[in-house]
Design a protein around this ligand. Sequence first.
Ligand code: ADP
Ligand code: ZN
Length: 605
Amino acid sequence: MKKITRQLLIAFLVFLIFASILSFISLPAEKPANITITQLLDQIDKNQVESITVRANSLDIKLVGGAKQVLEKEPSESLSTLLKNYNVDTEKLKNIAIDVKADSGTKFWASIILPFLIPLLFILGFFWFMMRQAQGANNKAMSFGQSRAREFNPDKKLKTTFNDVAGVKEAKKELVEVVEFLKNPKKFLALGAKIPKGVLLLGAPGTGKTLLAKAVAGEANVPFFSISGSEFVEMFVGVGASRVRDLFSKAKKNSPCIVFIDELDAVGRQRGAGLGGSHDEREQTLNQILVEMDGFDPRTNVIVMAATNRPDVLDSALLRPGRFDRRVTLDMPDINDRESILKVHAANKPMAKDVTLRKIAERTPGFSGADLSNLLNEAAISAALENKKEVSEIHILDSIDKVLLGPERKSHILSTKEKEITAYHEAGHALVAHELPNTDPVRKVSIVARGSAAGFTLKLPLEDKKLHTKTEFLEELAVMLAGQIAEKITFNEVTTGAQSDLRQSTKLAKRLITEYGMSEKMGLRTFGEKEELIFLGKEIHERRDYSEKTAEDIDAEIHRLTEDAAKLAEKIIKEKKKYLDRIVTVLIEKETIESEEFESLFTRE
Ligand code: ADP
Ligand code: ZN
């Protein structure tokens, strides 16, 4: 839209310039005086006129002295009629040279036609210009059909190998086979073995699916073509399919090679489940992928690797033999994997002696490979900002907090009173977490605002846990409520600071009852059916599969669990008020307490 306005403006300017030049040209250099017919007749009568040049609608008059004059007349009227009409003495006319200019005709016509012709030409030119623009867009639309697959040249020094991928041992083991196929296809074909065509990499975002596919290409020393599923889907119908065709023809030309399709679920969702415009397009694209994979000559050494984190929504046709029949799962890294991933990414960064990667791995449960690589990068950036030569532990720990809770907001200054309230709130969380036996250890307590929180208490498990017990959850509930309870016990007043605590605790209590069957009263069943509305993407829709009466019971049960937890927290805080005050004193003084110091507050008498 902007472009068109600009073009219009330019066209308008050109027109203005053109018009002003025209008007300039038509202006004679020295303008003769305009006279009336009576004046002319008078001059003829006095024999002052030397010559008259007749033009279409004017008479150029030259006087005896050499002066020039112009007389406008009607174009239709000739000079002779004019003179006759006024009864001019013919004798007097004999002395005047009368000259009729032939060009007056063309000028006459030009003066009539040009005012129409110029705008017409201008409009035609404008249309031509627009057409060309539109054509340009069309050409662009045509090139949409070409896949925008990116090729990574395997000869480059930056070749990715299995050494760059830490952890994911099982996945690597399975993919060694694929590398073999790519390197030595004859060995397998001689025995009549079919080379797999498709490998599906399953795993959460950031677990290294792309990295692993690149590593396979790097190990086998073959080209790597990568495209993302979402790139297939464009506004023009049929573009996706033609991109697939183009991608595969490119791949066949470069065989052996790897074709990597990221976000396969963007095109490979269950067919027929779509709603809205893009769904036909997706089906066509998906069909084309299937056609291409079926159409391979088994000797064409092209292996398609695709990545998704939603295998559940994939169309079953994709998973049939001869297509993506190999599936490789990449798990979130456990503590050992995290340590080795950190090692890979720390290799090119000078680390200070105080950095223990194991300790950082302990502190980062739930971090994916991408998160860890990002973490070290953030740490390196903050070290560089401080003009340090090495990355120290403090940079990394700060970056963990930043990734988990958002950046520190030091500018967010609390008043003394607010600071005190926040300190009691956080100390409440920390104290109860410390006293209850089944909660995760407290790693850090802080009253420095981060993201939307005024302060935070960071607890992290010693090891990754897949299973959680009911006791853990109930104690967790008490810890969540402890912030507000500490405020209440100390100031006999509560603040808005507990908002997100309460939301979380309500959610947790509800999950205990409706999902985990952990409430004796409500029994061993789930409440509410979670169904995914595929056509709306990631939306999860909860359908109630219980009665109004049960809904009331669930509410009552949430209330009871929360009350119990609150009582537990209150008891602890009242009994250990001494420690609560201690934590608060240090918090107000230092704003942040790390785990060792926190522990020492309880051993000191
Ligand atoms: P995905 O494709 O699964 O979303 P990527 O392969 O794009 O994840 O991973 C993003 C980045 O995270 C990689 O470029 C790499 O730096 C880092 N990364 C992820 N997993 C690992 C791993 N197992 N070992 C080393 N680095 C990893
Ligand atoms: Zn809180």
